[in-house]
Design a protein around this ligand. Structure first.
Ligand code: ASP
Ligand code: MG
Length: 429
């Protein structure tokens, strides 16, 4: 008998029929003898619809009220799911994030979990009931107001609960059969990845793979929670996210040889690029630029600074950031122009990032060469490059992302000879 946390995403509970199907799956797990705790997302595109609604009444809704509104989406699905389970003859109780003991800081819209005290969940389990927890939400320790964890945050709720309950596994049910070597919507011959390390999955998530929330993988790694990503529409094995590279190297050397060099290719169309043109080549300029952006709470991704031109003593600094923050960043930098003495600012949101991820690149030479060669072969120009130990990313034109992804996927022999991926639901929104 195991303790299993199951998280069902919005597309798995999109309507009454889906909710009844999911209820059956939960009941089957319980009847197999396991203790099940369920975390649900809002039905289908409910969260987006609520956001649209908020925008119609106010261009800048107060964070507290927006969180109050958005958390209602998950309350709808949790109650309906508990009813559907009750209808199958088992006892089920729904809980808000607050009732489930998810304690956060007070950053509305992007709150961080600081503690999980799942007393009521544990009692429900002990009494033989199936607890259903609303994902993506908690309660602020200081203000006692309701908070949300950021878009896609139900994954993080599930892993945090799994850690607090010392569950054996956290199953994340979605609308595709696990993690693939590329987005099957772009590369139909993408392959299922049966097993991937936390670090590689973190790089995939940070590079735009939408299958898992980055913070949920970070959390799982910290607490050693095995994640099992599967489709709620099929019984395929899906993907296990387990094992850290750090421990694999010291304890599991033999296995490393069987791991493919590259795990997959991820892409991200949500970023923009800003170039600060003609920055004077003197001490403290980069510090001033990035301090101002940090003070504006903007996350910077890649940064490139060129060698300054000998004739002018000036250089260009380019960086990427979430396109959503583009306007704020431009306003922030515009105010600094006089003080810092740069020439101008350029903004481009017609860019995309393509990333190659794989632990094997640490020990195999020539990976970047093969990657750049593949992209060149597709006739795609590279605008920026950045790397980590297990990732190489390039920025390319937005309309060339698909070609670059497909070319890289092919160059590393990741294509399957059959179409493995089925996209069962969701609008990809
Ligand atoms: N319903 C929330 C969202 O759409 C949280 C989640 O689905 O994980 O972002
Ligand atoms: Mg959702």
């Amino acid at each position: 008998m195991a303790v299993v946390v199951q998280k069902y995403g919005g597309s798995s509970v999109a309507d009454a029929t889906s909710i009844k199907r999911v209820a059956q799956r939960i009941v089957a797990t319980k009847k197999a003898g396991h203790d099940v705790v369920v975390v649900v997302s809002a039905m289908g595109d409910t969260t987006d619809e609520l956001l649209d609604l908020a925008e119609q009444v106010s261009p800048l809704p107060p964070g507290r009220e927006l969180d109050m509104l958005l958390t209602s989406g998950e309350r709808i699905s949790m109650a309906l799911l508990a009813m559907a389970i009750a209808n199958l003859g088992l006892e089920s109780r729904s809980f808000t994030g607050s009732q489930a003991g998810v304690i956060t800081n007070s950053a509305h819209g992007n709150a961080r979990i600081i503690d999980v005290t799942p007393g009521r969940i544990q009692s429900a389990i002990d009494e033989g009931a199936i607890p259903i927890v609303a994902g993506f939400q908690g309660v602020s320790q200081d203000s006692k107001d309701i908070t949300t964890l950021g878009r896609g945050g139900s994954d993080t709720t599930a892993v945090a609960l799994a850690a607090a309950l010392t569950a054996d596994v956290c199953e994340i049910y979605t609308d595709v059969d696990g993690v693939f070597t590329a987005d099957p919507r772009i590369v139909p011959t993408a392959r299922n990845i049966p097993r991937i390390s936390y670090e590689e999955m973190m790089e995939m998530a940070a590079s735009g793979a939408k299958i898992l929330h980055l913070r949920c993988v970070e959390y799982a790694r910290r607490y050693g929670v095995p994640i099992h990503v599967r489709s709620s529409f099929s019984v395929k094995e899906g993907t296990w996210v387990v094992g850290s590279l750090a421990t694999a190297e010291t304890t599991n050397e033999g296995n490393e040889m069987e791991q493919p060099i590259i795990s997959g290719v991820a892409h991200d169309r949500s970023e923009a690029k800003i170039t600060v043109v003609g920055v004077p080549d003197k001490v403290g300029e980069a510090a001033a630029i990035f301090t101002a952006l940090a003070d504006a709470e903007i996350n910077i991704d890649m940064i490139v600074q060129n060698v300054s031109a000998a004739s002018t003593g000036r250089t260009d600094i380019s960086f990427t950031l979430p396109a959503n923050d583009g306007q704020t960043a431009m306003n922030t930098l515009n105010k600094l122009q006089e003080k810092l003495g740069f020439d101008s600012l350029r903004y481009n949101d017609q860019v995309g990032k393509v990333s190659l991820i794989g632990a094997g690149m640490r020990s195999h030479p020539g990976v970047s060469a093969r990657f750049f060669d593949a992209i060149a072969g597709a006739g795609v120009n590279i605008e920026m490059i950045s790397t980590s130990e297990i990732r190489i990313s390039v920025v390319v034109g937005m309309d060339q992302v698909d070609e670059a992804v497909a070319a890289a996927h092919r160059a590393f022999d990741l294509d399957s000879d059959q179409v493995e991926a089925v996209v069962y639901g969701g609008t990809g929104r």
